[in-house]
Design a protein around this ligand. Structure first.
Ligand code: ZN
Ligand code: ZN
Length: 163
């Protein structure tokens, strides 16, 4: 996956999450499992679903229960730290905090998510909102198709079949 540059933020994801928990209620504790999860998620930028996260954390010998993963993912979305992306058959998550605004090309063959940022698209969305007196709160654009690598593989296979 190609990664876009990080955006500078004043708080660490952990600080922001703690603040969110504290603002919700006095009884919401920041548990060790949650801390491991937040640290792990924010150690690298990618697009993952809950099962992938559970498997990866298990491989890293980080113990976290499945219900905690689901609950915490929901809270991280609420807190503005993660963005939820609906891919139809799957729901994936990615950083929404400290990361540039972007859109996605989703390869339906290998599942890869390519990120892109285009100021022209942003301008267009701005214009559409203005024309409709619409107050912008966010958008999600996912372009579905086949990535260059999978396409190349397909052409190669076709050539081999012809020989
Ligand atoms: Zn692909
Ligand atoms: Zn992304």
């Amino acid at each position: 996956m190609n990664a876009l540059p990080a955006v500078e933020v004043s708080q660490t994801p952990e600080e922001k999450f703690r603040e969110y928990l504290a603002s919700r209620s006095r009884t919401q504790r920041y548990t060790a499992q949650q801390r491991d999860m937040v640290k792990y998620i924010f150690s690298k930028h990618n697009h993952f679903d809950a099962d992938e996260l559970i498997d990866e954390m298990k491989r890293e010998r980080l113990r976290v229960s499945r219900p905690t993963v689901y609950r915490t993912l929901k809270k991280l979305v609420d807190a503005g730290l993660l963005r939820r992306i609906n891919l139809g058959s799957r729901t994936v998550y990615e950083h929404d905090y400290g990361y540039a605004q972007h859109d996605h090309l989703h390869c339906e063959q290998c599942g890869d998510m390519l990120e892109f940022h285009d100021p022209k698209l942003e301008q267009m969305i701005n214009d559409v909102c203005r024309q409709n007196h619409f107050q912008y709160a966010g958008h999600a654009l996912i372009i579905r198709g086949v990535c260059a690598r999978c396409n190349r593989a397909r052409v190669m296979k076709h050539r081999l079949d012809l020989v």
